[in-house]
Design a protein around this ligand. Structure first.
Ligand code: NAP
Length: 245
C-alpha cells in the first residue's frame, strides 16, 4: 500500500517542491495551505496526480490547534495512514528589533513555531499507533546563527530545531524519526520580498556563489523520508551552499 505524506504550506515554494518530489518517490500526498486562494493559478495538484499517486488538498491554518486536529483526523480517514509529516508552512515579518511591532513577533511565532507543536502532536499520535513515521521540520540558517532584522523568525526557527530534538527523543523508541533541514537562501516567493541589497549581502557569504532551488531542499527532505535515513534522527541538516562554515 502506498504511503501518505502531509506537507503543510504546500501550495507553492519549497512546500510544493517537496510534495512533488515525494509524489515522484511514490507517496500519496496531502497538500495543505491556509486558504483556497493559495491554490489559485497553480497546477501543483495536476502535476502530482499526473504521477499516478493520490493527491488531496486540505485548507487549514496550521497555527490553530483546533484546525490541525480536524485536518489530521480527515487525512487519516481519507488515506488510512500518515507516514510522513513535513512541517513546512512559514512566514516572515522582518524588521529591526527596536521597530518590530509586537503583532509581527507574535504572528511569526504562532505560524512558524506553534504549528510544529500542533501538527507533531496530532500526527505523532497517529504514528505512535502505527509504530512508524518520519517527521521533517523546515528550520532555517537564521535559527542556527541568527540574522539581523529577523528576531521573530530566528526565534521561531531556533525553537523548531529544539522541538525537533525533543520530539526525536520522545518518539524515537516507537520507530518515528524526527529531523530538521535548515535552508539558507532559496529562490521562492518568500525571498522575492528581499531587497537587492539584502540579496547581494547574502550572496557574498555563500561559498557556492548562487542561491538554492526549492528542488535542492526537497531532495534532502526526500532522503530523510527514505529508508536510507533509517538511523538518522534529531538532526538538523544545513542546505545553504556553504553559507556559514
Ligand atoms: P513561501 O513561498 O512563502 O511558502 C510558504 C507557504 O506556507 C505559502 O503557501 C503560505 O500560504 C503557507 N502558509 C503560511 N501560513 C500558513 C498557515 N498558517 N497555515 C498553512 N499554510 C500557511 O515560503 P518558502 O520560501 O517556500 O518557505 C517554506 C519554508 O521554508 C518556511 O518554513 C520557511 O521559513 C523555510 N525557509 C525558507 C527559506 C528560503 O530561502 N525561501 C530559507 C530558510 C527556511 P499563503 O502565502 O497563501 O498564505
Amino acid at each position: 500500500m502506498a504511503k501518505t505524506a502531509i506537507i503543510t504550506g504546500s501550495a507553492r515554494g519549497i512546500g510544493a517542491a517537496i510534495a512533488l518530489r515525494l509524489a515522484k518517490d511514490g507517496f500519496n500526498i496531502a497538500l495543505n495551505d491556509v486558504s483556497e486562494k493559495s491554490f489559485e493559478n497553480n497546477d501543483i495538484m495536476e502535476k502530482i496526480t499526473a504521477l499516478g499517486v493520490r493527491c488531496e488538498k486540505y485548507i487549514a491554518d496550521v497555527s490553530s490547534h483546533e484546525a490541525c486536529e480536524s485536518f489530521v483526523k480527515k487525512v487519516r480517514e481519507d488515506f488510512g495512514s500518515i507516514d510522513v509529516l513535513v512541517n513546512n508552512a512559514g512566514i516572515t515579518r522582518d524588521g529591526l528589533l527596536l521597530r518590530m511591532a509586537e503583532e509581527n513577533y507574535d504572528d511569526v511565532i504562532r505560524i512558524n513555531q506553534k504549528s510544529v507543536f500542533n501538527m507533531t502532536k496530532f500526527v505523532g499520535a497517529v504514528m505512535l499507533r502505527q509504530k512508524s513515521g518520519r517527521i521533517v521540520n523546515l528550520a532555517s540558517v537564521a535559527g542556527l546563527y541568527g540574522n539581523p532584522g529577523q528576531m521573530n523568525y530566528s526565534a521561531s526557527k531556533g525553537a523548531v530545531i529544539a522541538m525537533t530534538k525533543t520530539a526525536a527523543k520522545e518518539l524515537g523508541s516507537r520507530g518515528i524519526n524526527v529531523n530538521a533541514v535548515a535552508p539558507g537562501f532559496i529562490k521562492t516567493p518568500m525571498t522575492d520580498k528581499l531587497t537587492d541589497e539584502q540579496r547581494d549581502a547574502m550572496l557574498a557569504q555563500i561559498a557556492m556563489k548562487r542561491y538554492g532551488e526549492p528542488e535542492e531542499v526537497a531532495s534532502v527532505v526526500a532522503f530523510l523520508c527514505s529508508d536510507d535515513a533509517a538511523y538518522v534522527t534529531g538532526q538538523t541538516i544545513e542546505i545553504s551552499g556553504g553559507l556559514s562554515m
